[in-house]
Design a protein around this ligand. Structure first.
Ligand SMILES: NC(=O)c1ccc[n+]([C@@H]2O[C@H](COP(=O)([O-])OP(=O)(O)OC[C@H]3O[C@@H](n4cnc5c(N)ncnc54)[C@H](OP(=O)(O)O)[C@@H]3O)[C@@H](O)[C@H]2O)c1
Length: 328
């Protein structure tokens, strides 16, 4: 069993713990919070957890793997310190704010012989493999991936506050938050694009509320549509020479139906996991337990493509983060 430590005490950490308990591969051992009261409240739901408010003591404790679910801009320093302490690291998406951060984390993980894993949950769904296999025999003509959900933080934003998720200091915005899933869908299902563009509705701090991106592949184009001040109820399709594959979503996919040009349909065999983070937590545990460096390297190569695309899209739209001005 992998001894697990958690950074971040918001609802997503509780969800992660629910998912790891389904994989039967981890033991929840410790939580770090800036405040003891917060750590205590968080730990109420669990047994035998050590509470830390000193992050260095947390990193040097007897843990195998650390899950980081803090605001985006904090991922880099926390992940770097955890890797240097020889812990395997699962970092919430987006793993980093800049490509320089990704290069440093990748090198640090290699130097310390530990795994660096990005919690891009849709990329690890079995549905991706099923869809990829189906697409192998198809000629792709284009596609679109959409993930737009009206944020619970919109109320604060409209009241004049800047919640972390809309903050340039914390590397927020629709593209970083939900767009990353659309990019993992594009890269995971269709491969690496040659170029990208992004236009967005933006706040005065440059952070995007929603936007439209175009990925250019050698023979087709793919549109992505992330949003946090709008909700979308469709918009996940892959066009081929024979018809259209309609997905119910680009994450936690439970349905994929191919509509042929002759009007007939074929449903792909897809069974969504009972928890949306279940498949990634199992995949991470297997890679760590089997010491599968090749598979982890393949994931990191795809993460590199996703983050290169995120970065070039941000540049195109003029989305500038505090992290962009940091010299590492
Ligand atoms: N996979 C998914 O489905 C999913 C869903 C939601 C979010 N996420 C990801 O999870 C991460 C956290 O998102 P969130 O919405 O939960 O963020 P958040 O609520 O803003 O912060 C998460 C935790 O980070 C700590 N924190 C907050 N502000 C901080 C600050 N200024 N300085 C230091 N620590 C701070 C807090 O823990 P303490 O008070 O205990 O220190 C807080 O509970 C993001 O990377 C996001 O993309 C993933």
């Amino acid at each position: 069993m992998l001894k697990l430590g958690i950074i971040g005490t918001s609802p997503i950490s509780h969800e992660f713990i629910k998912a790891v308990s389904l994989s039967h591969s981890y033991t929840l051992s410790a939580v770090y919070s800036r405040k003891l009261e917060t750590a205590k409240t968080f730990a109420q739901s669990y047994e035998n957890i050590t509470l830390f408010t000193d992050v260095n003591k947390f990193f040097s404790s007897d843990l195998d793997v650390i899950y980081i679910a803090s605001p985006n801009s904090l991922h880099f320093e926390q992940a770097k310190a955890a890797l240097q302490a020889k812990k395997h690291v699962i970092v919430e998406k987006p793993m980093v704010s800049t490509l320089e951060e990704l290069a440093i984390l990748t090198k640090t993980a290699q130097e310390h012989n530990v795994f660096l894993l990005e919690a891009a949950r849709n990329y690890h769904e079995k549905a991706f493999a099923t869809i990829r296999e189906f697409l192998d025999s198809q000629t792709i003509l284009g596609g679109q991936f959409t993930y737009a959900k009206y944020s619970s933080k919109m109320k604060d934003l409209l009241a004049g506050k800047i919640p972390n998720i809309f903050s340039a200091d914390f590397s927020g915005g629709a593209l970083m938050d939900l767009g990353v899933y659309t990019l993992y869908a594009a890269v995971g299902l269709l491969g690496k694009p040659n170029a990208s563009t992004y236009t967005a509705q933006q706040l005065p701090n440059s952070v995007d509320l929603n936007g439209t991106g175009v990925l250019t592949y050698p023979d087709f184009k793919v549109t992505i549509r992330p949003g946090k001040n709008i909700s979308a109820f469709g918009g996940n399709e892959i066009y081929t020479a024979d018809g259209t594959l309609v997905l119910d979503s680009c994450e936690w996919i439970s349905s994929a139906i191919f509509h042929k040009h002759d009007g007939s349909t074929t449903e792909l065999s897809i069974q969504a996991a009972s928890h949306q983070m279940q498949e990634e937590t199992l995949a991470f545990a297997q890679v760590i337990e089997n010491q599968d460096w090749n598979l982890a390297q393949k994931w990191l190569s795809d993460a590199q493509v996703v983050h290169e695309t995120l970065y070039s899209m941000r540049q195109d739209a003029g989305i500038i983060f505090k992290a962009d001005t940091h010299v590492q």
